[in-house]
Design a protein around this ligand. Structure first.
Ligand code: OAD
Length: 231
């Protein structure tokens, strides 16, 4: 039976594809305070600003490609059962070929009803204030904003519990509940790849690879292969 490897990825894994991280630019995300554009309060306050912001992010997604880190994770499916739990709203893991991806914070390629986030549609053209879902509510991006529930967290917790190997990549571990997921791991085969890892309790339990994702994932694969050779 294949070993199960669960990745928890954050903005850092897409950085080398040209997607900006959240906290590496003086707390601004594409020139905006994160709470202005990624919180339910921000949405209530200024829908036009929030929609303009996500319309831009969605268009930007068509200009970027998966990088070697996304591709290497997808290729691991040949030898492992791989699950990717991502905080990212981009679709670069899927485009790299990963077949099991859980999006904790939503997906930029989907929009939904403001009354019921389960009513999703493809986000294939810009949303404007006044554009309605067929249930009559304003259409909105399918994003989990600060102040909202994270419905995928239960599924993600189950996956982490069943993992033989857990790998965190490119996240500052600042945003809960995602940042606490690793604590459910039953394995002690734990890795954290990040050029500037967070000051987290995780550091004492994880093998830390202080590298960018495109260098750190190949190093991880070497480590896993050398462990397998020893068995
Ligand atoms: P952050 O921007 O907080 O953290 C990015 C992490 O990536 C940092 O630890 C960087 O050191 C690391 N990093 C930068 N370049 C890298 C590279 N080339 N390879 C590997 N790592 C690199 O992003 P997240 O932790 O993903 O939520 O942020 C979590 C959540 O906060 C996001 O999902 C988003 C945000 O607000 C919502 O929008 C709800």
């Amino acid at each position: 039976m294949k070993k199960k490897i669960v990745f928890l990825t954050g903005a850092g894994i897409s950085a080398e594809s040209g997607v900006k991280t959240f906290r590496d630019h003086d707390g601004l995300w594409e020139n905006h305070d994160v709470m202005e554009v990624a919180s339910i309060e921000g949405w209530r306050k200024d829908k036009e600003l929030v929609l303009r912001f996500y319309n831009q992010r969605r268009r930007q997604l068509d200009e970027v490609e998966p990088n070697l880190a996304h591709l290497a994770i997808a290729a691991l499916e040949a030898s492992y059962e791989v699950v990717v739990i991502t905080q990212n709203v981009d679709d670069l893991h899927e485009r790299a070929g990963s077949t099991k991806v859980l999006h904790l914070h939503g997906e930029l390629k989907k929009m939904c009803s403001s009354n019921n986030k389960r009513l999703t549609l493809p986000y294939d053209k810009d949303i404007q204030v006044g554009d309605k879902h067929e249930d009559g509510s304003q259409l909105r991006p399918f994003i989990v904003w600060f102040g909202e529930d994270v419905p995928m967290i239960q599924d993600a917790t189950l996956e982490i519990r069943k993992a033989d190997i857990v790998v965190i990549v490119g996240t500052s571990l600042q945003v809960y509940p995602a940042a606490g997921l690793w604590e459910y791991a039953k394995t002690d085969d734990l890795y954290y790849i990040d050029p500037l890892p967070a000051e987290s309790r995780a550091l004492q339990y994880f093998t830390v690879i202080r590298k960018k994702a495109t260098e750190g994932i190949p190093e991880l694969i070497n480590l896993l292969n050398s462990k397998d050779d020893q068995v």
